[in-house]
Ligand binder design. Structure first.
Ligand code: NAD
Length: 457
């Protein structure tokens, strides 16, 4: 069997090697999941819920170990690893609370001997190909509601979050989810491609637009339910009546949290010309306070860049912005290794001719552009192929609602950013993807409505 080498991106050191899957083992695992799914569906919902409740308790009990594992293999600052695991608990609680109502047999008509019902049946065997940047969030958004609704899950963690993915499998199995009902697959894109080639009833993908397109092309003719949660280039607009310091602190965090490696990182900031300079000064104060360093340290805010190739993307965006006349206020370069490090980077005097304002950066880098007013801000916010989130900072709710109603994005924020709620659907417009997770819709999405037409004899 091939081995997958797992490195610490903060040091470059080899952490361990784990046996990787191949086409034959993926096919065997898919067959095991297929055989196991009916038994899982026949397991009473109360017992499926009890398994997830025990899984939740195990996450709480082992939180420090799980956080350290994630930090070591992704470079995520340890406090943020804990935040993610604690955030997962709220999502689990939401799914546990809501799942019963989503699975109730609905009678929608009954008259003259004719009855019509909607039954919510699971999809069957679902594949989850996942990203590394928030492995517990993006994995849990899929496998928790999928398992609760009676599906078997073939879960392929990112090759950059494999140990975390294997920990999820261990905890689920210890909590009572049968070995063949949740199966982890280890490997890179080749293993993902082998998984998508299996007989599956749904594929839930979180990752880049480029990989999403490949998966969509492969699955198109096969009529498999497909969800794609892809990248973003998320904008925020600071109006002239906003409090510059409050907006700057929130947006600097939104841009740089998780070392800028969030799908909903703030990647474009538009500021009304009347407060542009005050905003930029406050923004720089905040960024200068961010400590770059060992991800295991309690006071680290900026950790390592998880994937080494991303450093080239950041370098190229910086070079392009400088060549086109942007002003570099800080950073703009790699930091010395070992490991993958990039300095927090802020540009002003940017424009949409620059890659920095058009393509996902996925690092601690952001452009701030001066705008003349609301019309220009809306036009620029919509000048993108993506549409994950967008925000507006102003004390005036009516103005924010008017502006955000005109912006094409799955989630919109008034006086906040980089925020996800289990109660609200998480989805993208345009090249940010199709389908959704979270909210009650994010439970229903793992079921199909079966229509029953019943006439009394
Ligand atoms: P990626 O596309 O490189 O990899 C994602 C997954 O796809 C990995 O598990 C990888 O092994 C697998 N894969 C790669 N090639 C494949 C192929 N040909 N067939 C099948 N599977 C294949 O993305 P990434 O670097 O892991 O994640 C970063 C991206 O994810 C960013 O663009 C980010 O914005 C996006 N993301 C989106 C959301 C969201 O909710 N919209 C959340 C987190 C991350």
């Amino acid at each position: 069997m091939n081995q997958l080498a797992i490195h610490n991106p903060a040091t470059g050191a080899l952490i361990t090697q784990v046996p990787a899957d191949n086409a034959a083992s993926v096919a065997a695992k898919a067959a095991q999941a297929r055989a196991a799914q009916p038994g899982w569906l026949a397991t009473p919902l109360a017992e499926r819920k009890a398994c997830i409740t025990r899984f939740r308790a195990a996450v709480v009990a082992q939180l420090e170990l799980l956080a350290a594992t994630m930090t070591r293999e992704t470079g995520k600052p340890i406090k943020m690893s804990r935040n993610e695991l604690n955030g997962l608990l709220g999502r689990i609680d939401f799914f546990l609370k809501e799942v019963d109502a989503q699975l109730v047999l609905e009678t929608v008509f009954s008259e003259g001997g004719m009855t019509e019902q909607i039954q919510h049946t699971p999809l069957g065997v679902v594949a989850n190909i996942s990203a590394w940047n928030y492995p517990w969030f993006v994995g849990g958004n899929v496998f928790i509601p999928a398992l609760l609704t009676g599906n078997a899950v073939l879960y392929k963690p990112s090759e950059y979050a494999t140990l975390t993915g294997l920990a999820m499998a261990r905890l689920l199995h210890e909590a009572g989810v049968p070995q063949d009902v949740f199966i982890a697959l280890v490997g890179d894109g080749e293993v993902g491609a082998a998984l998508q080639a299996q007989k599956i009833d749904g594929l839930f993908f979180t990752g880049s637009y480029g990989t999403g397109v490949k998966i969509a092309q492969a699955l198109g003719p096969r009529m498999v339910k497909l969800q794609l949660e892809l990248g973003g280039k998320d904008p925020s607009y600071v109006c002239e009546d906003a409090y510059p310091k409050v907006a700057a602190e929130s947006l600097a965090d939104g841009a740089m949290y998780n070392t800028g490696q969030s799908c909903c990182s703030v990647e474009r900031i538009y500021v009304h010309e009347k407060i542009h300079d005050a905003f930029v000064a406050a923004f720089m104060d905040t960024v200068h306070g961010f400590k770059v360093g060992d991800p295991m340290s309690e006071d680290t805010y900026i950790g390592a860049i998880t994937r080494a190739p991303q450093l080239d993307v950041l370098d190229a965006q910086v070079a392009d912005a400088l060549a086109k006349g942007a002003t570099l206020l800080t950073g703009g370069k790699r930091l010395p290794g070992p490991g993958n490090w990039y300095a927090p980077t802020v540009f002003t005097n940017v424009s949409h001719s620059m890659e920095l304002m058009r393509e996902e950066s996925f690092g601690p880098i952001v452009g701030i552009q001066k705008v003349s007013g609301d019309a220009q801000a809306v036009q620029l916010m919509n000048d993108t192929r993506y549409g994950l989130t967008a925000g507006v900072f102003t004390p005036d709710e009516a103005r924010a609602r008017t502006l955000l109603a005109q912006v094409s994005a799955g989630s919109v924020y008034w006086n906040c950013c980089d925020r996800v709620s289990p109660r609200l659907p998480w989805s993208g417009h345009g090249d940010s993807g199709v389908g959704l997770t979270l909210s009650t819709y994010g439970i229903q999405t793992f079921t199909r409505p079966k229509a029953w037409h019943l006439r009394q004899a």
